[in-house]
Design a protein around this ligand. Structure first.
Ligand code: ATP
Length: 234
């Protein structure tokens, strides 16, 4: 579904990604893991068109998307849930969710999708009239995931869903990701919580200083000496 081919990316003169290649097949959950500043968010920003690659190509569903503006990439079916959720703070929960469906086709089906979101996250229904700025960190993350789902994506990308949240909330969010996968969703998850990400995914890539240094089945990566020493403290 997604092919990332030899991508380089930079912010002005600061190079961040070098020769990164990745694949995500339909219905797969793939993890991109690494420490702070490895370039994980930069990779997601490049896929969703917020940053254009300096070299390399991106293909989604067989079409080149490098150089395509973000709104078109979203319309093609990629939902990107940013780190911390980043809802629209002065809009209510319901308005935020509806913003996710602001694409012709999905708008028509918004009532149906909204009831799915409320089924996953009943707290969002309770908070539907509340301003997003007043939500807790966990609720903000749920709202961002719900907003992403409202777009009825083909590929769902999550940037560090566990960031700064209590273990019980993280468990709930990962449960949501598992449920989505069970329903056939294709998922790319970026995490520095490597254990969580590799436990939920089938394959993974390890990014260090902007380069992929390891890739393979997640179960094998969890058992890899370098991963165990460098990331799992074992
Ligand atoms: P974290 O897990 O801490 O979120 P990350 O792996 O997602 O880290 P990125 O956010 O992609 O890392 O950042 C990679 C590098 O790019 C960092 O050194 C960061 O300082 C730099 N960087 C990120 N955004 C910008 C920007 N807008 N302008 C300049 N440099 C940036």
């Amino acid at each position: 579904m997604l092919k990332v081919n030899n991508i380089n990316a930079a912010y002005g003169k600061i190079d961040v990604l070098w020769d990164v290649s990745m694949r995500v097949a339909e219905k797969e959950i793939v993890a991109l893991v690494g420490a702070n500043a490895a370039g994980k968010t930069t990779m997601l920003n490049t896929i969703s068109g917020l940053l254009h690659p300096g070299a390399g190509t991106l293909e989604f569903l067989g079409r080149r998307i490098d150089g395509t503006p973000p709104y078109q990439i979203a319309t093609m079916g990629i939902s990107h849930v940013p780190e911390g959720g980043k809802p629209f703070p002065d809009m209510t929960v319901l308005e935020n969710l509806e913003m996710g469906a602001y694409i012709n086709e999905t708008w028509k089906k918004r009532a149906e999708t909204l009831s799915q979101v409320y089924e996953f996250f009943p707290i969002l229904k309770k908070r539907s009239g509340q301003l997003a700025r007043t939500l807790s960190g966990g609720e903000r993350q749920m709202l961002a995931m719900g907003r992403g789902l409202m777009a009825k994506p083909r590929l769902f990308m999550f940037d560090e869903p566990s960031y700064g949240l209590a273990p019980i909330i993280v468990k709930e969010l990962f449960e949501f990701i598992r449920l989505l996968h069970g329903q056939g969703m294709t998922i790319l998850i970026v995490e520095q919580n490597i254990r969580h990400a590799l436990e939920v995914s089938s394959r993974g890539y390890v990014l260090e200083n902007g380069r992929i240094v390891l890739e393979g089945e997640s179960i094998g990566l969890l058992d890899n000496d370098h991963v165990r020493k460098a990331y799992l403290g074992l």
